[in-house]
Structures are given as structure tokens and as C-alpha cells.
Design a binder for this molecule. Structure first.
Ligand code: GLP
Length: 240
């Protein structure tokens, strides 16, 4: 595991974006695993800048997102499909049928999870971008006594609902369920970039990266992966 500390967010964003851009330049049809949340916003902004200055094209690239809320349409402003369009896809030349998220509106969630797993099998992830939840979740793989390898529906924990309430008008509006790629699929990615910012995540960063590997902290399973790059701002890294 390579851990890199940054004093400055700009530099962290630039480093993460450049790692992704280098991969696309070397392999234009690479598959990117993408994340949502506030953490990757600056990275997406840098990727858009690079696209605008013609450094990189995504015309052959495929992307697969980690997760989506159950019950929100792609037009809902808080859905992850909407987030991805707003913050990345509508600004770059990725083809409309080359980016994928689980469909939170599917009638049959089990069938939707199977569809997503097949898609992941056909599109092995070259680089997976990950944020970290305050309770150690990755994607929406919440702490539990057991974790799932494949895509599954998950009941969100109270602390996750609370953390994500800031994006909704009221806490009651936060969907209680989500579909998420499983930890097994995340760990199959060739390279994983875990990005964490902020003092409020310093303790969970320490536990996830240096503590025991446990399903109570899903991110701790990243310790078993051979190619994880962890990018931390000063606050998130201060307990290491
Ligand atoms: C959500 C997402 C995760 C994300 C996490 C942290 O729960 N499902 O993929 O990593 O929140 O979000 P933030 O980056 O806003 O702290």
C-alpha cells in the first residue's frame, strides 16, 4: 500500500486526476471505477480541465460507478447518476452507452444486481477511485458481521444517513437503501486509489489502514490488495 500525504488539496486532486489521465493515455479503452460524494469533486474538475485542453479523450473509455440510491431516478438531483452527469460526464466526450451505474429504480433489485455483476465481469476495472465513509464504508458496503462479494442492496446505517443528509432538504428525504458494488468486485480492480480528506476521517483512516482487517471496517480489506494508492490531505493523515 502506497500512502501519499498532501499539504494541499489542489495537489492531491491534480495527482489523482493525473494518475487516471495517464492510464487513459496509455490505454484509451480502460475501464474506470468511479465514486461519488464530496471527496472526488476536485479530481473530476481537474479531469475536465485536461479534457478541455485536449490532453485526453474518453471516447473509448468505459466507466462503472460504485453505487446508487434505491428509489431515486437519474433526474433526481441527489441521485448518483445525476451527480456523475453534472460533475463529469456532461463535460467530457464519453459515449452515452459507455458509463454505467446501478439502476436504483429497477423493479427487481436482485435482477439489477445480477445485471451489474455481469457488466463488471465483462469490464474488468483498471483503476477504481474510492472515497471513505466515516464508519469505514467503501461504496455503500456498510460495517457488518459479513460482507458481500457482489453487487447487492443494502440498508444504510444511521451514521451514513446522517452524513448524507447534508445533500438533501431534510433528513427524512435521504433514501434508506442503496445498491452497491460488493467488496469482492472492488478488490478485483487492478489498481485502487483511495482518497480521504478532513480531520473527521483521521481516526477511521488510521483504523482502516493500520488496524486489523475486519468486516466492521470494510475499508480495512483494502490492506489485502496489492496495488492500493492512498491519497490523504494533512488532516485525514494526521493520526498515521
Ligand atoms: C457515500 C458514498 C461513498 C463515499 C462516502 C464518503 O456514502 N456512497 O462512495 O465514499 O459517501 O462521502 P464524502 O466523500 O462526501 O465524504
Amino acid at each position: 500500500m502506497q500512502i501519499i500525504h498532501f499539504n494541499d488539496w489542489e495537489l492531491l486532486d491534480a495527482y489523482a486526476a493525473q494518475t487516471i489521465i495517464n492510464k487513459i493515455q496509455e490505454k484509451p479503452d480502460a475501464v474506470l471505477g468511479l465514486a461519488t460524494g464530496s471527496t472526488p469533486l476536485g479530481i473530476y474538475a481537474k479531469i475536465i480541465e485536461a479534457y478541455r485542453s485536449k490532453e485526453v479523450s474518453f471516447a473509448k473509455t468505459t466507466t462503472v460507478n460504485l453505487d446508487e440510491y434505491v428509489g431515486l431516478s437519474a433526474e433526481h438531483e441527489q441521485s448518483y447518476a445525476y451527480y456523475m452527469k453534472r460533475h463529469l460526464f456532461s463535460h467530457i466526450d464519453i459515449l452515452g452507452d459507455h458509463y454505467h451505474l446501478p439502476n436504483g429504480l429497477a423493479d427487481n433489485l436482485e435482477a439489477e444486481c445480477d445485471r451489474y455483476d455481469q457488466l463488471l465481469e465483462q469490464n474488468p476495472i483498471d483503476i477504481q477511485l474510492l472515497g471513505l465513509g466515516h464508519n469505514g464504508h467503501i461504496g455503500f458496503n456498510e460495517p457488518d458481521t459479513k460482507l458481500s462479494a457482489g453487487t447487492h442492496a443494502v440498508q444504510l446505517k444511521a451514521e451514513t444517513l446522517e452524513a448524507n443528509a447534508r445533500f438533501f432538504e431534510s433528513a427524512a428525504e435521504v433514501p434508506k437503501m442503496a445498491l452497491t458494488m460488493g467488496v469482492g468486485s472492488i478488490l478485483k480492480a487492478h489498481t485502487i486509489i483511495l482518497v480521504v480528506r478532513g480531520a473527521d476521517k483521521a481516526e477511521i483512516v488510521k483504523q482502516a489502514l493500520t488496524g486489523p482487517i475486519t468486516t466492521d471496517i470494510p475499508a480495512s480489506l483494502l490492506q489485502t490488495h496489492p496495488r492500493v494508492i492512498v491519497l490523504l490531505d494533512r488532516e485525514a493523515g494526521r493520526k498515521l
